[in-house]
Design a binder for this molecule. Structure first.
Ligand code: NAD
Length: 457
């Protein structure tokens, strides 16, 4: 399962050889740890166009100090004020001179220990349906972001946040400007104007400051499906780190692993098949005090090309990955089990966005998740005060991907801007950001955790 190529390019001879052969040079990424909770270095805040955002106090609260004249761990370009093509000249003028100074991740073990890849975050405005010049210029930022993400290399990431209100975007900026977002690149994230459902923060307020910054989910209960192993286990672990009480749901056959995970995290195991018709009511019964975070992670693959795919391989994938997500979500919302201020995070996949040969069933099920999120998100927020978002993992190093044949696995690992697979914790950190109490203005988003996969980018 280990990425031997990544280890090889981290050695002197490996680096020399792969460079001579023109092969990918993945940089070692730095993930969050208690010892390294922040990016290593300062932040450069630039503006293109006339911005109406009061960004400085929000950026000050991210915990990164201003960068000096040299290397910057992060560059934030506020381009919300750009309204026409002429304004795009300012994007070039602002970033062209500084892009080289964005910190690069190490390709050797020793330099990796010193720095992770830096962050470029562009801030844009929502597209104005009444002004096609503004819309063209703002949409241009998307193509710019994705192109820069593909060329900047060395573990550096580039993302675009569309926003109208700086405080509502604080949790998102904190995430993107931290080691927690190491494998998130080339994404466009829309943050609402703090429009809120009942129980959420009022629009003009600061986002509800978590009582405890280190444990923002304290007092919240999280249910993670398929959490006995893999990505689900990492999600449960990360939410527990952030203070949540976790319920580890998995099939009875995985009972031993589920109990081990639950015991380790001080949570409880709930053994049931999520496709059971009464799964929703059994979850509701097990949670008499309600649920705050519903994380739909359980998923299966039954790959085969459509010509060779019998119905027995088709339907189970749609049942586990999509139908059960719809059914349990409906049941728990209807029963009022999900508390106001709650969060639903479902798991899509880049296969549901780009498509993948041999995965018509899986691709269909994961695209269905995207449809579910986009349709339900505004209503769930208005009617229940609950946000609905999805994570869409790319190639993540798990037992699922270890079972992929060697050559396809190697291609999957390298075919992204960071030239390596992600780790379960990368999906977990993204989930924790969406689950954060201050992320109430992030709704209806599908965030890819794929190192900017070249598939469907
Ligand atoms: P995994 O196979 O390692 O773990 C999945 C877990 O779900 C297992 O513990 C399994 O027992 C459980 N599960 C399966 N069917 C269930 C059911 N009917 N009821 C309850 N639990 C059930 O998979 P993973 O790699 O950790 O993937 C987790 C999620 O991420 C899945 O939805 C998967 O489709 C998605 N995903 C993974 C990748 C990747 O690269 N690993 C990429 C894209 C999307």
């Amino acid at each position: 399962m280990a990425d031997r190529y990544l280890s090889f390019t981290a050695t002197g001879p490996g680096r020399f050889l792969t460079r001579r052969l023109g092969l990918p040079q993945p940089a070692a990424l730095t993930r969050w740890s208690p010892e390294r909770p922040a990016l290593d270095g300062g932040l450069r805040h630039l503006t293109a166009g006339r911005s109406g955002l009061d960004l400085a106090p929000v950026l000050a609260r991210t915990g990164i100090g201003p960068a000096g004249s040299g290397r910057a761990a992060a560059v934030v370009l506020d381009a919300t004020g750009i309204r026409d093509v002429e304004g795009l000249a300012e994007v070039h003028a602002a970033l062209h001179p500084v892009v080289r100074s964005v910190a690069a991740g190490g390709t050797s073990r020793s330099s990796a220990a010193e720095s992770g890849g830096g962050r470029v975050v562009l801030l844009g405005a929502p597209l104005d349906p009444a002004d096609h010049h503004q819309a063209a210029a703002q949409q241009a930022l998307e193509g710019f972001t994705r192109s820069l993400g593909k060329e900047i290399g060395r573990g550096r990431t580039v993302n675009l946040v569309r926003l109208t209100d700086a405080p509502a975007a604080e949790s998102t900026l904190r995430f993107l400007l931290s080691p927690k977002s190491a494998y998130v690149s080339g994404q466009v994230i829309e943050v609402g104007a703090g429009e809120t459902g009942p129980g959420e923060t009022a629009p003009d307020d600061e986002p509800a400051a978590p009582v405890d910054r280190d444990r923002p989910l304290a007092g919240r209960t999280a249910l993670v499906t398929g959490a006995a192993r893999g990505i689900g286990e990492a999600v449960a672990e990360t939410l527990a780190r952030d203070g949540a009480r976790v319920v580890v749901l998995d099939v009875p056959q995985a009972g031993q692993d589920a109990r081990r995970v639950a015991d380790r995290l001080g949570g409880t195991a709930l053994l049931l098949d999520i496709t059971a018709a009464d799964a929703g009511s059994r979850i509701a019964e097990a949670l008499p005090d309600g649920l705050d975070l519903l994380i739909h992670n359980a998923g299966i693959t039954r790959d085969r090309r459509l010509v060779n795919m019998p119905a027995e391989r088709w339907m189970p994938v749609l049942e586990v990955n999509l139908a059960s997500v719809l059914r349990t979500t409906d049941a728990l919302l209807k029963a009022g089990t999900l508390n106001r201020g709650g969060r639903i995070v479902a798991t899509a996949s880049i296969a549901g966005i780009a498509g993948n040969a041999g995965q018509t069933n899986y691709g269909a099920s994961k695209a269905g998740i995207v449809g579910l999120v986009r349709s339900l998100a505004p209503r769930a927020l208005a009617e229940h005060g609950v946000t609905v978002n999805a994570v869409a993992p790319g190639f993540i190093e798990t037992k699922m991907t270890a079972a992929v044949p060697l050559f396809i696995r190697e291609a999957g690992r390298r075919m992204n801007s960071l030239a390596q697979g992600g780790l379960p914790v990368d999906v977990a950190e993204t989930t924790a950001w969406l689950a954060h109490p201050a992320s109430g203005a992030v709704n209806g988003q599908v965030v890819r955790v794929c190192g900017q996969s070249l598939l469907g980018a």
